[in-house]
Design a protein around this ligand. Structure first.
Ligand code: UT7
Length: 324
């Protein structure tokens, strides 16, 4: 029996103009380029200005994903973000309207750094079920607006940005097919990554515990989707793990047995861009051109909630614009 799968046909990214280097942060914070590089692998990140709202970045990334796919519309737009333009209404309808797609289904998903995996999985269910024919899956966050400028543990990691994919119905043997996904949440860890209730609160993260949970949750969910599609770890050509810390990427690779050289590394240039991290890392890998259509790829993330998940797919056959 032939199956109906969601297939990635286009990718796009968008980054704020302003580059903040480790040296820039060292001027106001008790930190150093040497510490940040050694403990996180991050060299620079981008900070959004007033005009670079979450919706503006999401719109640019989504438009680039449509262009990359050579299409001009989609049936559904899902925006993964935990930094919407405003609490009410959702930001996805505005992004759809900016694209001239008013009238389509458009909604936000809030799962912090796992948001993109949540959005991608739900879009692939919608396409796989036949409910829609195509979807734009966008991840966009501007967390730097919520950081405590005096908190060196969060300020060195986070950056702003957006990434997007266009998917449409196809078959499992096409390059870019989403083949399996797994999603999880455990709200008992809600205070590990949070913006506490109350006006003017800053973003807070318990870095050490998050590090440990991220490694085990991402490794477990990678193993789950690999088992589902019947791939051995040595078959994996590309590990697209949420870009929070280079040491987390390396540890997930070593725990799962996927060679470190297969891990996509984009955090050096953008830091942790939350829901944008996975599509931006995929866009960057496509720009670098070091993966081949049909390669076996595993995507995974862990974030606030706590939430985590993974997806297995084949590398799409696409051309992309460099967002840097
Ligand atoms: O996106 C959602 C998922 N998020 C993540 O996955 C983030 C996970 N966590 C991390 O990446 C790391 O825990 C951090 C990068 C946030 C912190 O790195 P760490 O290696 O876990 O540092 P630590 O908290 O164990 O601190 C080690 C030392 C401490 O000093 P003492 O007590 O040993 O004297 C910290 O005060 O490093 C110090 N430190 C810093 N020093 C210079 C912490 N941050 C900094 C800094 N610059 N920016």
């Amino acid at each position: 029996m032939s199956t109906r799968n969601a297939v990635v046909r286009g990718l796009g990214g968008a980054l704020p103009r302003r580059v903040i280097t480790n040296e820039d942060l060292s001027v106001t914070l008790d930190t150093s380029d040497e510490w940040i590089r050694r403990r996180t692998g991050i060299v620079e990140r981008r900070h959004a200005d007033e005009s670079e709202s979450t919706s503006a970045l999401a719109t640019t990334a989504a438009r680039r994903a449509l262009d990359s796919a050579g299409v001009d519309s989609a049936d559904l737009l899902i925006l993964a973000t935990s930094t919407p333009d405003q609490i009410c209404p959702a930001t996805a309808p505005k992004v759809a309207a900016n694209l001239g797609l008013d009238g389509i289904a458009a909604y936000d998903i809030s799962a912090v750094c796992s948001g993109y995996i949540y959005a991608l999985a739900t879009a692939s269910w919608a396409i796989g079920s036949g409910a829609v024919g195509s979807a734009l899956v966008v991840g966009a966050d501007t967390f730097t607006r919520l950081l405590d400028p005096a908190d060196r543990t969060t300020s060195v990691i986070f950056g702003d940005g957006a990434g997007a994919a266009f998917l449409s119905a196809g078959s499992a043997d096409e390059p870019g097919a989403i083949l399996a996904s797994t999603l999880h949440a455990d709200g008992t860890g809600e205070t590990l990554i949070q913006v506490p209730r109350g006006a003017g609160s800053f973003f807070e993260m318990q870095g050490k515990e998050v590090f440990e949970r991220a490694v085990s949750a991402m490794s477990d969910s990678v193993n789950t989707v690999l088992a589902r599609v019947g791939w051995a770890t040595e078959d994996v050509d590309s590990l697209v793990a949420h870009q929070a810390n280079r040491r987390i990427l390396n540890t997930v690779a070593s725990v799962t047995g996927i060679p470190e050289s297969k891990a996509e590394v984009h955090l050096d240039r953008v830091g942790n861009t939350s829901a944008a991290s996975i599509p931006l890392a995929m866009t960057d890998a496509a720009v670098k051109g070091h993966r081949t259509p049909g390669d076996k790829a595993v995507l995974t993330a862990f974030g606030g909630g706590t939430t985590w998940g993974a997806a297995a797919m084949t590398w799409p056959s696409i051309s992309v614009l460099d967002p840097h």
